[in-house]
Design a protein around this ligand. Structure first.
Ligand code: ADP
Ligand code: MG
Length: 263
């Protein structure tokens, strides 16, 4: 019912991204190599404000590298990446600002193990957003309540289930008031019974107009929540389109082959 509370909640309580204009995230001819390995090949991708774009594709196709490149954790070799029309910064100070604007949720939760749940959702607000502790805690508690883990605020991450930890990770990212949220296989490390509670929070977030780029193997979620699905294989976006179109009549052989294995 934690999830139901989230779904029922009004949009006004979430950090909002919803502005119109140029794509919030835009990649043009982006290339990335690890030595001889060409991991991102001429990637073109635009995510508009309020859109949910789901990226699917086989393991090793470059999905995580794409996410890490967008939030500046990896440098790209050529091409341009723009956030709200501005090229991605490369210097340290602006890169930190970029990361604050791009919320990231990883497969492996990545919470601070030696900090409480509440500290996890307040530290960034205090250090990066320069909020007073009391305000950071108030906002943090509101977000923990939103994702249904307010009663865990004083605990340490290891005392929580995987699903609870991942919901804290989402709250921690949202606490920074990101312009866009990136999710890299957020449910892949979870026991099956916990997958839906995390997908429910993500669905609720999408419903508020948050701009989201989601890498996932959850095809049901992709079909329900995505405005657009992009299929990646071997470092390329092979095809993209509306979820119904993609799932019901994929045009590429590689997508058909992938879907026949996962559906
Ligand atoms: P996916 O997330 O789709 O599974 P990744 O982006 O993790 O794919 O990886 C794409 C390819 O790049 C894989 O062949 C992987 O082994 C390689 N790769 C990823 N990160 C690095 C790295 N830091 N150094 C060298 N190779 C890497
Ligand atoms: Mg990956």
């Amino acid at each position: 019912d934690a999830v139901n509370r989230v779904i029922a909640g009004g949009a006004a309580d979430w950090p909002q991204a919803g502005v119109s204009g140029p794509p919030l995230v835009e990649l043009e001819k982006v290339n990335k190599r690890f030595g001889d390995l060409h991991v991102l090949k001429n990637i073109d991708l635009a995510v508009f404000a309020g859109e949910v774009v789901v990226i699917i594709g086989p393991s090793g196709s470059g999905k995580s590298t794409l996410c890490r490149t967008i939030n500046g954790l990896e440098a790209h070799d050529s091409g341009t990446i723009c956030m709200a029309g501005k090229p991605l910064p490369t210097d340290g100070r602006n890169l930190a600002r970029l990361r604050a604007d791009v919320g990231m949720v990883f497969q492996s939760f990545n919470l601070f193990a030696h900090k409480t749940v509440l500290e996890n959702v307040t530290l960034g607000q205090i250090r990066v957003r320069r909020r007073k502790r009391a305000e950071a805690e108030r906002r943090g508690m509101a977000l923990l309540d939103r994702v249904g883990v307010a009663e865990q605020a004083g605990k340490y991450p290891a005392q929580l289930s995987g699903g609870q930890q991942q919901r804290v990770s989402i709250a921690r990212a949202l606490a920074m008031d990101p312009k866009v949220m990136l999710f890299d296989e957020p449910t892949s490390a979870l026991d099956p019974e916990m997958i839906n509670e995390v997908l429910g929070v993500m669905t609720a977030l999408a419903g508020t107009g948050m701009t989201m780029l989601v890498v996932t193997h959850e095809m049901g979620f992709a079909r329900r929540a995505a405005d657009r699905v992009a299929f990646m294989a071997d470092g390329e976006i092979v095809e993209s389109g509306a979820p119904e179109r993609f799932f019901d009549s994929p045009t590429s052989e590689r997508a058909r082959d992938f879907l026949s294995k996962v559906l």
